[in-house]
Design a protein around this ligand. Sequence first.
Ligand SMILES: Nc1ncnc2c1ncn2[C@@H]1O[C@H](COP(=O)(O)OP(=O)(O)OP(=O)(O)O)[C@@H](O)[C@H]1O
Ligand SMILES: [Mg+2]
Length: 232
Amino acid sequence: MIRVENLTVAYGAFKALNDISVDLGQRGQVHSIIGPNGAGKSTFMDAVVGKRRPSAGRIFYKDRDISGDSIQRRRKNGMARSFQKTSIFPGLTILEQLDLVAAHLNEPDLGAIIDTMDLREVLHLEAARAAYGVQRRVDVALGLIGMPDILLLDEPGAGLSAEETANLFRHLRKLAAERDIAAVVVEHDVEAVFALSDVVTVLDLGRHLATGTPAEIRANPQVVAAYLGTAA
Ligand SMILES: Nc1ncnc2c1ncn2[C@@H]1O[C@H](COP(=O)(O)OP(=O)(O)OP(=O)(O)O)[C@@H](O)[C@H]1O
Ligand SMILES: [Mg+2]
């Protein structure tokens, strides 16, 4: 659904992204974005969702150039991103929070989201007091409200254990399949990424290093040299 063409994003004279071209957002699939610290992963996600303007290049969404569209317009057209942890309103239960967002975004089946993200048992908990792993699942659930076609998540596993991260990825796979949406995820845990992604893109120093299946990426000598090292 998304085609990025020759995307460059500069902070002053520094190019955080340099001439990136990549396709992403296949329905039903999880596409992960990996790379060393400072590679430009967050900048990339920000440019795609409309939080950061490209300095050059274009972004197409469903074959339309959306480079100039606002975050809100992209969201209305089916491009969602996860809410950050700060969006968890203190004092509200998880259910109240989901209801609040659903009331604004015309969600026909909040129950399905609750089930997919495995939140049924914790709905009555105050969101801010729930376990961190639960909070991350709430973040994803909030992004899912309103039937998006694509959901972009920047490090949804931040602060989670390896097991919790793998669990979150399993949920993402399930919902991508069940709702036929595309998930695009920035993630540090390469084990979870390789085990549970359909496609992986590697960024390094603002450049697009490779895109491929987990097996292709693992075997790519450039990726091994730049990021995975000998351990992979
Ligand atoms: N607002 C900003 N102003 C100036 N430089 C920035 C800004 N945001 C990011 N950068 C720089 O751009 C580069 C890419 O940053 P970005 O946050 O996109 O990387 P990242 O791959 O998400 O890193 P991390 O793995 O640490 O999250 C880094 O060198 C960073 O220092
Ligand atoms: Mg980042």
